[in-house]
Design a protein around this ligand. Structure first.
Ligand code: PLP
Length: 378
């Protein structure tokens, strides 16, 4: 059979999680917490299942959930959303991103992404027949060079994919970045896909600058979110996409043939749970505390920390410790020292010279303490 993704192997996340299991290592690799959602949310899912909410949901999602999402967007990002036209509940942000890319990208179209980039964008562009144009960000702050973006844009450029807060770097877009993007959208006929799954994890007094807050950008964008990231249940795979009617109506045409609709009782439960702001408005503070505790525990290591403005990831530079490539170093760390992490190279087009690994600090204090003890010995 002729492969559609001949150069793709199993993702680095599955590979490292599998290695962690085999080596009985502490798993700081894949981006998921080792704690779960509140029992209240489980009770709600249970209740809706028992009350008979078990058949297909509407293709764009359960109405009450769309309503609560629209309220939240109004409050946080000052945008009024039509719940029938501008929201679609998806099987995680992954499906939202995939669907948006299939819908917007045609064979021969160019799509700009920024290295290092989360690994789901490029394969989806390839499957749509598009061409990925990778623009490196500046090391070590991972700033976007907007002049380079302007130079890369041509008549074939169809889409720019942004991700803030960013996986793997933890970088967040600033108001100046938003202005630069607005200028690009005003001057060029192209679209934006904005992946904002870490919207509730932004640190040190920063604010999440959503594309939803800018009318200029919103009118050309699809924005994606994930309940898995927000409510610590990545295995439930529920997320959503938001965008203007003319884009979302096309999005839904594809969505109906990809999944048709998403888990019904979970959507009802999420609608009730999301109504209470206290279920998410403390998250930035909580994750900042975790980041700070983890970095305090690592004060005596030879790893150097790069700044993390958001997400639950921290980049560690091991240049003082080893000359190995990041892939070799991550394998050695798992096999010899019992800590699984993610090397940065898979987020780039080609393996990088930088000596960086990514760790996920969404873990309970006992795990962070045990992990830091091991890292301090290296
Ligand atoms: C930047 C980014 N986008 C999308 C996703 C996927 O989200 P979901 O699990 O809801 O599909 C992830 C998960 O790690 C992510 O880090």
């Amino acid at each position: 059979m002729r492969s559609k993704l001949p150069k793709s192997n199993t993702t680095i996340f599955a590979t490292m999680s599998d290695l962690a299991k085999r080596c009985n290592a502490i798993n700081l690799s894949q981006g998921f917490p080792n704690y779960s959602s509140q029992p209240k949310l489980f009770d709600l899912v249970n209740r809706y299942m028992h009350e008979g909410f078990n058949q297909y949901a509407p293709l764009n999602g359960v109405e009450t959930l769309r309503q609560v999402i629209a309220q939240k967007i109004g409050k946080l990002y000052q945008r009024k959303i039509d719940i029938d036209k501008e929201i679609c509940i998806t099987a995680g942000a992954t499906q939202a991103v995939y669907t948006a890319i299939q819908m917007m990208v045609h064979p021969g179209d160019e799509v700009i992404i920024f290295d290092p980039a989360f690994d789901i964008y490029a394969p989806a562009v390839k499957m749509a027949g598009g061409k990925i144009v990778r623009i490196p960000t500046h090391y070590p702050n991972f700033d976007i060079d907007w002049d380079r973006v302007n130079d890369a844009i041509n008549s074939k450029t169809q889409l720019i994919i942004i991700n803030s807060p960013n996986n793997p770097t933890g970088k967040t877009l600033s108001p100046d970045d938003i202005l630069a993007l607005e200028l690009i959208v005003k001057q060029n006929d192209l679209f934006i896909l904005s992946d904002e799954v870490y919207e509730h994890m932004v640190f040190d007094g920063r604010k999440h600058h959503s594309i939803l807050s800018s009318s200029i950008l919103y009118n050309r964008s699809i924005v994606t979110f994930s309940f898995g990231k927000t409510f610590h249940n990545t295995g439930w795979k529920v997320g959503y996409a938001v965008g203007p009617d003319y884009l979302m109506s096309e999005f839904k045409k594809l969505h109906q043939f990809i999944v048709f609709s998403v888990n019904t009782p979970v959507q009802y439960a999420l609608a009730d749970y999301l109504l209470e702001e206290k279920h998410y408005n403390h998250l930035s503070e909580d994750y900042q505390t975790k980041r700070d505790q983890f970095l305090d525990l690592l004060q005596d290591t030879r790893f150097r920390f790069l700044p993390t403005n958001g997400t639950y990831f921290q980049l560690l530079d091991y240049a003082e410790i080893s000359n190995l490539s990041d892939m070799e170093f991550a394998i050695e760390l798992t096999q010899k020292h019992g800590i699984a992490t993610i090397p940065l190279s898979p987020f780039y087009e080609k393996p990088t010279e930088q000596k960086l690994i990514r760790v996920c600090f969404a873990k309970t204090p006992d795990v962070l303490i045990a992990a830091a003890e091991k890292l301090c010995k290296i």
